[in-house]
Design a protein around this ligand. Structure first.
Ligand SMILES: [Zn+2]
Length: 202
C-alpha cells in the first residue's frame, strides 16, 4: 500500500510500531531505516549460496518476531520492501513451506506474507522433531527427507525463499527436494540471517 494511505490508516486505527513500541504507524521511520543494511552473503553447509537482507538481531529481529509470533501481519509490507531488491527476476522463487504446527498455531504463513509471488512447489513430507534442542549434525539428519516437491520441477532454475537462515539445514533440504524433482536450486534468499552463521565483510 502507498505510504500516505498507511499513515491515514494509522490515524483511523492507531497502532504501535512493532519494532520499538512507539505510537506511530506499524513500522516507524527509525525502524524502517534500521532495515537498510548491506546484503549478507553466506552459504549453507551443502554449499548453496544464500543472500539475506538483514542480520537477525535488533530491530529486524523484533519486526520479524512480531510478524511470526504476535499476529502483526501489518509489518509484512515494510519487510517485503526490504527483501524485494534481493530477488533475481531470472529465477523462479519457491518458498520453504511452514511446519504443520506453525501453520496451525498462526493461521498464516509468514514466508508467504514476505514473498507473495512464490511457487508453492514444496510441501512437508514428514514432521521433524523439535530442532531447537538438537546440534547441527542432528538437525541435518532430522531434516533429510522432510520436504518433497508437489510435482516435477524439470527445467526450472529456482531460488529458495525463507524468513531466516539459521544453520542452513532447512535450505539444504529444500535444495535436495528440488533436485529430486529435476529442478535446479541456484541460490536461497532469506529476509534475515543469524549472525552466528555468517562472516560479516569488513
Ligand atoms: Zn519503531
Amino acid at each position: 500500500m502507498h505510504s500516505a494511505l498507511l499513515d491515514a490508516l494509522a490515524v483511523l486505527f492507531p497502532v504501535d510500531c512493532a519494532g520499538c513500541g512507539a505510537a506511530d504507524r506499524s513500522v516507524c521511520d527509525a525502524c524502517r531505516a534500521a532495515l537498510g543494511q548491506p546484503v549478507i552473503h553466506s552459504r549453507t553447509p551443502g554449499g548453496l549460496p544464500v543472500r539475506s537482507a538483514v542480520a537477525y538481531e535488533g530491530t529486524a529481529r523484533s519486526l520479524l518476531l512480531a510478524l511470526k509470533e504476535d499476529n502483526r501481519t501489518d509489518v509484512a509490507a515494510a519487510l517485503r520492501r526490504t527483501l524485494a531488491p534481493l530477488l533475481d527476476p531470472a529465477l523462479t522463487l519457491v518458498a520453504v513451506p511452514p511446519s504443520r504446527q506453525g501453520y496451525r498455531r498462526r493461521g498464516y504463513d509468514p514466508v508467504r506474507l514476505l514473498l507473495p509471488r512464490t511457487l508453492r512447489a514444496l510441501q512437508v513430507a514428514r514432521q521433524t522433531s523439535a530442532q531447537k534442542s538438537l546440534g547441527e549434525a542432528e538437525r541435518a539428519r532430522n531434516r533429510a527427507g522432510s520436504l518433497r516437491a508437489t510435482g516435477s520441477l524439470a527445467g526450472l532454475r529456482l531460488a529458495i525463499a525463507d524468513d531466516v537462515m539459521t544453520t542452513g539445514a532447512t535450505l539444504d533440504e529444500a535444495a535436495r527436494a528440488i533436485r529430486a524433482a529435476g529442478g535446479e536450486a541456484v541460490e536461497a534468499v532469506t529476509f534475515a540471517a543469524t549472525p552466528r552463521y555468517f562472516e560479516r565483510s569488513p
